[in-house]
Design a binder for this molecule. Structure first.
Ligand code: URA
Length: 242
């Protein structure tokens, strides 16, 4: 099990406090008898957005996060979905790709990036001398927006805590965001992906490289050269020779 970075521990603490605040907990009773009682609580209590951080508790597994998500009805997107697309790949991936949201084929299969854009992503991954089983692939939202529209802010807001927990669980060395929705959401910016791509940013202490979405590349193949530049930077950082 990889050690968690201080930023990741802090993010878990923040999520936990936020979750407690939403439950109406406004403070802590630190009397000795209360501390003793808390010590007898189960090792970890999982809530939607947080794991209570207790000494000796390891990182949450992807299976736990998937189980918390359940048969999700937290936003309107559940109404039109056939399958929830959680994400797939190695739980120890050094590289995670984050897209926007499932499309038609992903919704039917329950797997991310298996349609035309996914086939191009497969080629990008192969050009990096990797394969899908070595990386992790997921999306900002886990259910297909109707007619492939962009996910709405409130849909992103309820889904994002689960993606964040997946990223904290995997603790990759690099996150590669595909397209503007993923980059803008994780970097909390309104800048266009064309301005963000080409250099590393940080997400909770993890290097984050924004690049163009493969679906955009299918429509604008002249942009492939820039994606290759971004990909080469990721390979260099991961120590993968060209
Ligand atoms: N586009 C995305 O952003 N994600 C997928 O999983 C498929 C297409």
């Amino acid at each position: 099990m990889k050690d968690r970075r201080p930023e990741q521990v802090l993010e878990q603490v923040r999520l936990t406090l936020e979750n407690w605040r939403r439950q109406g907990i406004a403070g802590f009773d630190c009397r000795a008898e209360v501390v003793e009682m808390v010590k007898r609580w189960p090792q970890s209590t999982v809530a939607d957005n947080a794991t209570v951080v207790t000494e000796g508790t390891g990182r949450q597994s992807l299976e736990q996060i998937r189980a918390d998500l359940g048969d999700c009805h937290r936003c309107r997107l559940h109404k039109g979905r056939r399958n929830l697309v959680f994400g797939e790949g190695s739980p120890n991936a050094r590289l995670v790709f984050v897209g926007e949201g499932p499309g038609y084929e992903e919704d039917r299969s329950g797997r991310p990036f298996v349609g035309p854009a996914g086939r191009l992503l497969d080629k990008i991954i192969a050009a990096m001398k990797l394969d899908r089983s070595q990386v992790y692939i997921c999306n900002i939202v886990k259910c297909r927006p109707p007619a492939n529209r962009a996910p709405a802010p409130d849909e992103i807001e309820v889904c994002l805590p689960f993606l964040k927990r997946q990223l904290v669980s995997i603790a990759p060395e690099v996150i590669c965001t595909l397209g503007s929705v993923a980059a803008r959401t994780l970097l909390e910016t309104k800048s266009p992906v064309s301005a963000l791509r080409g250099h590393f940013h940080q997400w909770m202490g993890i290097k984050l490289m924004p690049t163009f979405h493969p679906a955009y590349l299918l429509r604008n193949p002249e942009r492939k050269r820039q994606v290759w530049e971004d990909v080469k930077k990721i390979m260099a950082f991961l120590g993968i020779p060209l």
